[in-house]
Design a protein around this ligand. Structure first.
Ligand SMILES: *Cc1c(COP(=O)(O)O)cnc(C)c1O
Length: 375
């Protein structure tokens, strides 16, 4: 298809090429290269944290976070049902038990009012995940964490440049994590970062990232880690991308505003929250949910848009409905109706940084045709 509009296209026209060439010219391409520290320093400052630990992807960052906080067998971790599988993978692999909460239909994030009910004597942590560009209401979460002495892991993979009550997302968790996959606001191709303020925790994260080699006896290991190191090439991209974050955030917000305006008069769609008292949407992606009176589901809408040359992605599939976890006997008989509905009725439209106003208009028009029944 000639005029195919992809669901995501990154913008790489700043200093990316220049910094990559520096890596190649200098020969520093592994994780030992100088861009890694620069990226860690700049990124952690941006989210007002003491330490940044760059890793090879956001899923790995979650593995390290769970293990660094020593969560394991017998420990329960509260986590949203509506999220990427990386969150629950990390908990299950560590031997801990994921305990789910449903989605809030207005914020599209974990239903904060359900968290208190899920706390038991075994609860050790809450894994908060900010969804699609709009943050979780953090005050009640932090209050519960204080009251029950729980750790907070904050998955801020979709939140570069976003704030909650003027404080950066990624500044709340005992450990907070980011991803730099190409559809995130800042990309390194593949990549991730952990941030925290506790020097001991930062050291643990660094060890776990690097196979738990020990400075004194390198090939003697007290613990199992991973090779989750970020390369200098990736970090070079990251440094270049970070220079443009304010511009990227402005572009994403303009994209979200434009879609929202075009859909304002369209019947049949539930749109993303635009703002509340604590945040303004940053539109990591532009998600839509088909109202119940639309006589088909997201799968069919995605198929019809695809025929028109428009790339989309379905929403997350809820964790309690994942075959892999069902086979493990997890979440048996549990129901999270809002998450289930989101998964079946929701999807997102082309919303990458390189999208043009014209493409947004085309997408909105085709979406209206799909809703109008025109094939
Ligand atoms: C993208 C994403 C991740 C995973 O990041 P990868 O770098 O793709 O492993 C984790 N959590 C959330 C919420 C994400 O959006």
């Amino acid at each position: 298809m000639n005029n195919f509009i992809p669901v995501n296209e990154p913008l790489l026209d700043g200093n990316e090429k220049k910094y990559l060439l520096e890596c190649i010219d200098s020969g520093w391409i592994s994780s030992e290269g100088p861009f890694v520290n620069v990226f860690e320093d700049r990124f952690s400052k941006l989210v007002e944290r003491q330490f940044g630990i760059a890793v090879s992807n956001g899923s790995g960052a979650l593995d390290i976070a769970v293990t660094a906080l020593k969560l394991g067998v017998g420990d329960e971790v509260i986590v949203p049902a509506f999220t990427i599988i990386s969150c629950v993978n990390a908990i299950v692999r560590a031997g801990a038990t994921p305990v789910l909460v449903d989605t809030d239909p207005f914020t599209w994030n974990m239903n904060v009012s359900q968290v208190a009910d899920r706390i038991s004597a075994r609860t050790k942590a809450i894994m908060v995940v900010h969804i699609y560009g709009f943050p979780v209401d953090m005050d009640p979460i932090m209050e519960l964490a204080r009251k029950h002495d729980l750790k907070v892991i904050e998955d801020a993979a979709e939140m570069h440049g976003q704030t909650y009550k003027q404080r950066p997302c990624g500044s709340f968790g005992d450990i907070s994590t980011f991803s730099f996959y190409p559809n995130k606001h800042v990309t390194t191709g593949e990549g991730g970062m952990l941030v925290c303020n506790d020097p001991e925790l930062a050291e643990r994260c660094k060890g776990l990232r690097n196979l738990c080699f020990q400075p004194a006896r390198r090939f003697v290991h007290e613990e199992m880690g991973w090779n989750y190191r970020m390369t200098n090439l990736q970090a070079a991209l990251g440094v270049a991308q970070l220079e443009r974050l304010p511009e990227f955030v402005a572009r994403k917000r303009a994209m979200g505003k434009k879609y929202t305006e075009l859909f304002a008069m369209v019947d049949g769609l539930e749109l993303m929250p635009t703002k509340t008292t604590y945040a303004e949407n940053i539109y990591w992606v532009y998600g839509i949910i088909l109202k119940d009176n639309v006589p088909f589901d997201a799968k069919e809408a995605i198929r019809r848009l695809g025929e028109k040359g428009i790339g989309t992605r379905p929403f997350f599939w809820p964790m309690h409905e994942q075959p892999v976890f069902q086979r493990m006997g997890l979440f048996a008989g549990e129901k999270y109706p809002v998450s289930e509905r989101f998964a079946r009725r929701g999807f997102y439209l082309p919303s990458g940084l390189a999208i043009t106003e014209e493409q947004i208009s085309t997408v909105a028009e085709e979406m209206q045709n799909v809703l109008g029944g025109e094939r």
